[in-house]
Design a protein around this ligand. Structure first.
Ligand code: HAM
Length: 421
């Protein structure tokens, strides 16, 4: 028997209310903030992710699903949305629009070949927002606020917002130098991953999850102490803006994020019971990214969160949602001659806007009633030889058990007074 591939899941009907709720909240909120929806392909040329997310990141190094298509071109299932959205911004000349261009996506499938566990899958889904074309700190503040309001909107409580600035191309090299100087004598005692990071991506030394590396990271030089004047002013304005709109952030000097394109602002939202894989969402500014994709220098800032992790935490926090409403009525029938009229009645009722299903064929009336009970239908409409002859239908209320004959033409208004056949 085939099963879902490792790290993927079926989103079954009972879980759909959570998905619809998250999607509805995201759509409403993003549009309230003036963002417009964009959907980009789930695969892109592999080079796009190497250039943007970065060659030395875990995501590109170990987690991409890449394949050669039939023409021999290397394609990658997208591990994140930012690269594709920036590609779309360039491809469609969005620089001529009023800046920043505010774009959002909901339930966008993403793919990362990672070790699956609760809240970590190989196919997962992002709510993603990007504001491209404006360097001002007020836009960072807006994106952080949107993220925060979104989590509150889906019903999550007791979350933590962590924030940091990792500088830009002017001050980052100096900071990296300070980090290297600090870490150099510590290299022999670092974990294997950190030994590699020391050479390839020293920023990532700060967010190593290994117990033995943590004390070093805690004592490491802080990026906020190495910001150039422009980055410092940007940071001061961002924190002042967040204070103004009363967002409760915590500064975490070890927050660096796992993708290479970030400049200045980085932030994450964490659930109450924090664990290695628990980050609900994260984002930041990426002022060099579009240039790396061969566009004119264009700033950007954005955010993404995993829908699966949101739903996991909604369940943990006891957020409950109503299931899809059951069908209003089941049309049952007795005898072969009633099948056609029963099918026609079900069709007419659906055309009139009611949710109705036809009972399965070849079953006794009792079995059809049980079927209606299992579907939690409010009514059963029964067609038999007499009803067909008289142009009526027997309407049975499932709750009280009352039964009466009504003309077929009145069935819809009887079930739902505002509907007329
Ligand atoms: P990211 O931190 O790599 O950022 O992913 C954002 C969120 O996606 C994570 O916080 C987590 O909720 C979810 N996520 C990541 N990997 C998995 C997984 N394997 N299974 C389930 N959920 C997962 C980005 O992707 C950036 N593009 C965000 C961004 C947008 N930055 C600027 N604009």
């Amino acid at each position: 028997m085939f099963k879902t591939p490792r790290g993927t899941v079926d989103i079954l009907p009972d879980d759909q209310p959570y998905w619809r709720h998250v999607e509805a909240q995201a759509t409403e909120l993003c549009e309230r903030f003036g963002y417009r929806r964009i959907d980009t392909p789930i695969f892109e040329e592999s080079g796009l992710f190497v250039r943007s997310v970065g060659e030395a990141t875990d995501v590109v190094e170990k987690e991409t699903y890449s394949f050669s298509d039939r023409s021999g071109d290397s394609m990658t299932l997208r591990p994140e949305a930012t690269a594709g959205v920036c590609r779309a911004y360039l491809q469609h000349g969005m620089h001529v629009l009023p800046q920043p261009v505010r774009l959002y996506s909901v339930s966008a499938p993403m793919f990362r070949y990672d070790r699956p566990q609760a809240g970590r899958q190989r196919q997962f889904h992002h709510v993603n927002v990007e504001a491209i074309g404006d360097p001002d700190a007020s836009v960072d503040s807006e994106v952080v606020e949107l993220a925060w309001r979104f989590f509150a909107g889906v019903g999550l409580r007791n979350l933590t917002l962590v924030l940091n600035s990792i500088g830009d191309q002017a001050c980052r090299p100096g900071y990296l130098e300070a980090l290297r100087r600090y870490y150099e004598p510590l290299v022999p005692g670092l974990c294997a991953d950190c030994k590699r990071r020391f050479h390839e991506n020293p920023l990532r030394l700060l967010d190593c999850k290994k117990e033995s590396c943590q004390p070093h990271a805690r004592e490491a030089p802080r990026s906020l102490d190495h910001l150039c004047e422009a980055c410092r002013a940007h940071w001061d304005e961002l924190t002042a803006s967040l204070d103004l709109v009363a967002l409760p952030y915590t500064v975490d000097h070890r927050l660096v994020r796992g993708l290479d394109y970030y400049t200045r602002t980085v932030f994450e939202v964490l659930p109450p019971a924090e664990g290695a894989q628990s980050t609900l969402g994260g984002g930041g500014r990426y002022d060099g990214l579009i240039e790396q994709l061969e566009g004119r220098p264009t700033p950007g800032v954005g955010f993404a969160c995993g829908v699966e992790r949101i739903i996991l935490n909604m369940k943990r926090q006891g957020v409950t949602l109503a299931q899809q409403a059951p069908v209003k009525a089941v049309v049952a029938y007795v005898g072969g001659a009633a099948k056609g009229p029963a099918l026609k009645l079900a069709s007419d009722l659906r055309a009139a806007g009611l949710s109705v299903v036809l009972a399965p064929a070849g079953k006794s009336l009792k079995a059809q009633m049980r079927f209606a009970g299992a579907l939690q239908a409010s009514y059963v409409l029964i067609m038999g030889d007499d009803e067909v002859r008289d142009g009526t239908v027997t309407l049975k209320e499932m709750a009280g058990g009352e039964q009466r004959q009504v003309p077929v033409a009145d069935a819809a208004t009887t079930l739902e007074p505002r509907w007329v056949l």
